[in-house]
Design a protein around this ligand. Sequence first.
Ligand SMILES: Nc1ncnc2c1ncn2[C@@H]1O[C@H](COP(=O)(O)OP(=O)(O)OP(=O)(O)O)[C@@H](O)[C@H]1O
Ligand SMILES: [Mg+2]
Length: 238
Amino acid sequence: MKSVLVCDGVTKRFGGLVALDRVSVEIHEGEILGLIGPNGSGKTTLINVISGVLLPDEGRVIFEGRDITKLKPHERVALGISRTFQGIRVFPYLPVYYNVELPARSVFKDARLARARTTWALTVTRLLGEAGELPVNLTPYKLKMVELARALVTNPRLVLMDEPFAGLSPEEIGEVSEIVRKLNESGIAFIVVEHKLRYLMKLAERVVVLNEGKKIFEGAPDEVVKSEEVARVYLGVV
Ligand SMILES: Nc1ncnc2c1ncn2[C@@H]1O[C@H](COP(=O)(O)OP(=O)(O)OP(=O)(O)O)[C@@H](O)[C@H]1O
Ligand SMILES: [Mg+2]
């Protein structure tokens, strides 16, 4: 199977704290990979290293066969890596349409193409009805959709989602999962960080488990659920 992204022996330290300890992860073309682990296990740090917000101290990040370890975040976006944030990051007083169009404008020089991508991103995230609204007036679910639309508008091959289900109702989680599944069927790979394991296990094809910066398990959702090591790490959490 062809890999979209490879993290090869990635280490990230914050002072004396080893947030990622020689983590190697591979995501295949068209795959939905779940990334789980207790609080502080390094999930967001790994997303930050892949998206270029943080540079690793050791190891390499390879995207579609190219070493991107030292590239800046916007260069990675242009290559096809997008992300959403654990805490929502949109411009609260800029209408939804322009929030979504901005990243497209920065990637595509052609304004018509940027507008076409914006309309597409608003359509797949079911935001056409809110295009003129200000984010401050939106529900948390709709805000998450604005974030997802901003990630999709640049035509990514890989989307990194940091806790997309947090703060959402079961129905809303179902909607997000359905949208991700449809996008995945069209060929976009996803890495989804989640604490809501019940829902993630239904969405992800494979799951990587981090604990204290180390990869401790990797396998299909049913194997993860059966793993004693994972159960021990999550004791009192699941
Ligand atoms: N910028 C930073 N400076 C110093 N320490 C950091 C920084 N970012 C993360 N850390 C530390 O690195 C470790 C991993 O943090 P990270 O945010 O990756 O965890 P996480 O798995 O995403 O946790 P959560 O499930 O709570 O979001 C934690 O101990 C955290 O305190
Ligand atoms: Mg996190």
